[in-house]
Design a protein around this ligand. Structure first.
Ligand SMILES: Cc1cc2nc3c(=O)[nH]c(=O)nc-3n(C[C@H](O)[C@H](O)[C@H](O)COP(=O)(O)OP(=O)(O)OC[C@H]3O[C@@H](n4cnc5c(N)ncnc54)[C@H](O)[C@@H]3O)c2cc1C
Length: 302
């Protein structure tokens, strides 16, 4: 009865922006994972508040998804409401600050930079996620992090049901990590940029892209699976275990970059998880190093 109620409420409130039993395999870059009980596309902050309030009343869990490029979602799916940020992609420019909504794709942020002759974010070229996901995961390269460019973040605290703003110095960021947890909805981010020549910016972006194309594989993946355990590189350790190119069922470790697991197309999340465990065990056995996941596991895994 309760489920019917929340279903109808969401359906009415979010006409055309509500889906039921949606296969998350269609949403994520890994192309696997079970169904979301409900998937909603809010267009503004008021919509998000509505969803959170209904979720509280009907005791439904919430999962926030950006572009789904840094997650492995269980084959059992998500038994609750998935909030997709992809329709929240507005931005404003105030002098040398771009204020972005969470669903803005990093690729579109770079287009905005080119159009306005802003430099400083070229290192984000080829990272396929959104600004919100990028903030949460502190996206970047080996030495360049999105957090270096963040001035402030405005977010909803689901428990306090209110919007808060934090300046960069008040926010904890680390390597592929931030203080924002599943109870924080990252809404707006202020990002600092510098004025430069658009041609120079384009050239830099191209250089970053070319480097990526040379070193990283194509295919269904979530980018690097493991964090690099300083001072080592995860890919290097995996390669030294003889696992480069190793195949397990419908997924394999990329022969181009050993820190990438690729879904051949029909892999289940459980297959990928098994391969992750196998790699972690081998690296632990050989080097006594625990590889920590860079991707976010969502739902139950055995
Ligand atoms: C081919 C490929 C290459 C990649 N290369 C890189 C790289 O070079 N560097 C790098 O850092 N990453 C890389 N990634 C990983 C990924 O693109 C980034 O981490 C990206 O920032 C994730 O954004 P997303 O929108 O896809 O997040 P999602 O995968 O949708 O979500 C990731 C996490 O963030 C949370 N989240 C998303 N949006 C919000 C929000 N608005 N508020 C609160 N929480 C939120 C989710 O709940 C989840 O826990 C790569 C991925 C692929 C597939």
């Amino acid at each position: 009865m309760q489920n019917t109620d929340i279903k109808n409420i969401l359906k009415n409130e979010f006409k055309g922006k509500f889906l039921e039993n949606f296969p998350l395999s269609e949403y994520t870059s890994f192309k696997c994972g079970g169904n979301a009980k409900y998937l909603v596309y809010p267009e503004n902050i008021e919509d998000v508040f509505k969803i959170v309030k209904f979720a509280k009343i009907f005791n439904e869990k919430i999962l926030i998804l950006g572009k789904g490029t840094n997650v492995l979602i269980s084959d059992k799916g998500f038994d609750g409401i998935v909030i997709s940020t992809l329709k929240m992609e507005k931005y404003t420019i105030r002098e040398n600050t771009i204020i972005c909504e969470c669903g803005l794709l990093l690729a579109n942020l770079l287009k905005i930079c080119i159009k306005n002759s802003f430099s400083g974010l070229e290192f984000l070229a080829g990272i396929p996620g959104t600004v919100g996901g990028g903030v949460k995961c502190n996206a970047g390269l080996k030495k360049e992090y999105l957090s270096d460019r963040i001035l402030f973040v405005e977010y909803i605290d689901f428990e306090k049901l209110d919007v808060f703003k934090k300046e960069r110095k008040e926010i904890f960021f680390d390597y592929r990590k931030s203080e924002f947890n599943e109870n924080s909805f990252i809404w707006k981010t202020g990002i600092t940029v510098e004025n430069d020549d658009a041609k120079k910016i384009k050239k830099k972006i191209k250089e970053y892209m070319n480097k990526r194309i040379k070193t990283q594989p194509l295919g269904y993946s979530a980018g690097s699976i493991f964090k690099n355990p300083y001072p080592y590189y995860a890919g290097n350790l995996i390669e030294k275990c003889g696992l480069k190119g190793y195949s397990l069922g419908n997924c394999f470790i990329s022969p181009k970059h050993a820190n990438f697991i690729i879904n051949k197309g029909k892999a289940k999340a459980e297959d990928i998880y098994k391969l992750i465990k196998l790699v972690q065990n081998k690296v632990k056995e050989k080097f006594n190093i625990e590889l920590e996941l860079e991707i976010n596991l969502i739902g139950e895994f055995e």
